[in-house]
Structure formats: structure tokens, C-alpha cells
Design a protein. Structure first.
Length: 227
């Protein structure tokens, strides 16, 4: 994976048809998405349960772009190898998920994956100051994690600005996760984000039999570029 700051759209398959992951992934990639975002939830760190490593390995076969795995689980370290073996390109863990985030980032990189650190809405930008040389991606949660389709929390735009300044020239992606729509995307793109996760606003109105809607939705979010 080469680094660049071009705007990337990463649909979350949390909003796709769970009975049809392979075809859904092929549809969003054919319609121009850049990464595929996989939301892993444990029913403990967040109040919802989703995908384990075998499911990630099964869908990996359908992903030609980048498999972006967002771990909303605690404890996390014991599970990193399984998600790396399942084929993740990027593994993101939450700074709130345990006291040893530095070790977690080391463990992700040791598996040959890009290491991401996610911040919940209540967590300040400064909390990752001493992790900046350990990470390849910072994920700013713009909703409380656990569910798709929630409302964007506007106070997080200021956090994106702060993180962009902290990151400077380092090759670190800023990813935004939650409530991204054609209306909210320009705010975070202007603040310095380059990866926009979008679940409901990509899959809304489309299906594997009508994938052109996914393409229109992706382009509407991407239209933010240059705003
Ligand atoms: C929330 C997940 C998000 C979610 C985004 O816990 O991490 O990736 O699927 O969904 P939307 O775009 O619908 O807010
Ligand atoms: Zn996510």
C-alpha cells in the first residue's frame, strides 16, 4: 500500500446485505470505492456484535482494493493475528480499548499490517501524541461506535484540524467514521481528512441488482473534493 493524501471513500459493509457480502463488495468496487471498511464489534466494547476472523477471510477473496478492518473490541491484542491472517491490510484498534495502545500498534505492524488508532468522540486529539511515530492511520469517530446510520457529531471537526496539525509531514492517514454524507464530507475533507468511511450513505437506495445507485452515492460524497 503506497501512501497518498488523495480522498478515499471506504464503504462500511455494516450497511450492506449480510446475505450477499461477496456480490455487495464486488458492486461497490466496480462502482468506484477505494477501500472496503469492515466493522468488527464484540458486544462488550460496543453494544453490538458483528464479524469474526473466518468471515473476514471469506470476504477477503472478493476484495481487490484495501481491506480496512476496524476493531471495536476489548481486549484486542489477542485477536490481532487472526485478523491479519484473515487478510486485513489495515487494522485499527481503539485507544479506549485498553491501557497498552503502544504495544497494540507494535503488534499490528509486526503482523505486516498498517496500524490504525481510533478515537471515540469524547477522547481528545492529544491522547495519541506519543503514538504518532507508531501509527499509519488515525480514525476519528464522528459517532459513538456501535451502529450505522447515526448522526454526525459536529464537534469532531475541530479535532480533525488539531490532528492534521499534529501529524505534520508524517505519512499518516486521517480517517473519519460515522455520519458521513455529501453534506458532512466537505467539512472533514477541508479539515484534513483523506479517508471517509460511509455506510448508510453509500448503500442507501441501491442493491446488487441496482448497483448504479452505489456509484451515484459514492460520487456524491467524493464531490466534496476541492470544495
Ligand atoms: C460505527 C461504525 C461505522 C459505521 C458507519 O460504529 O464504525 O463504520 O458503519 O456507518 P454510517 O456511515 O451509516 O454512519
Ligand atoms: Zn467503522
Amino acid at each position: 500500500m503506497d501512501f497518498d493524501r488523495a480522498l478515499k471513500i471506504a464503504p462500511s459493509i455494516l450497511s450492506s446485505d449480510f446475505a450477499n457480502f461477496g456480490k455487495e463488495i464486488e458492486a461497490i468496487e466496480a462502482q468506484g470505492c477505494d477501500w472496503v471498511h469492515v466493522d468488527v464489534m464484540d458486544g462488550h466494547f460496543v453494544p453490538n456484535l458483528t464479524f469474526g476472523p473466518p468471515l473476514c477471510a471469506a470476504i477477503r477473496k472478493h476484495i481487490k482494493t484495501v481491506m480496512d478492518v476496524h476493531l471495536m473490541i476489548s481486549p484486542v491484542d489477542a485477536h490481532i493475528q487472526a485478523y491479519a491472517d484473515a487478510g486485513a491490510d489495515v487494522i485499527t484498534a481503539h485507544i479506549e480499548a485498553g491501557p497498552h495502545s503502544h504495544r497494540t500498534m507494535q503488534a499490528i505492524r509486526a503482523e505486516g499490517c498498517k496500524a490504525g488508532i481510533a478515537l471515540n468522540p469524547a477522547t481528545p486529539a492529544g491522547s495519541i501524541e506519543y503514538l504518532l511515530d507508531m501509527v499509519d492511520l488515525v480514525c476519528v469517530m464522528t459517532v459513538n461506535p456501535g451502529f450505522g446510520g447515526q448522526k454526525f457529531i459536529y464537534s469532531q471537526v475541530e479535532k480533525v484540524h488539531s490532528l492534521r496539525a499534529m501529524i505534520g509531514d508524517r505519512p499518516i492517514h486521517i480517517e473519519i467514521d460515522g455520519g458521513i454524507t455529501p453534506e458532512t464530507a466537505p467539512l472533514v475533507a477541508a479539515a484534513g481528512a483523506d479517508v471517509l468511511v460511509a455506510g448508510s450513505s453509500v448503500f442507501k437506495g441501491g442493491s446488487v441488482d441496482n448497483p448504479a445507485v452505489y456509484g451515484n452515492n459514492i460520487r456524491a460524497i467524493r464531490a466534496t473534493e476541492g470544495v
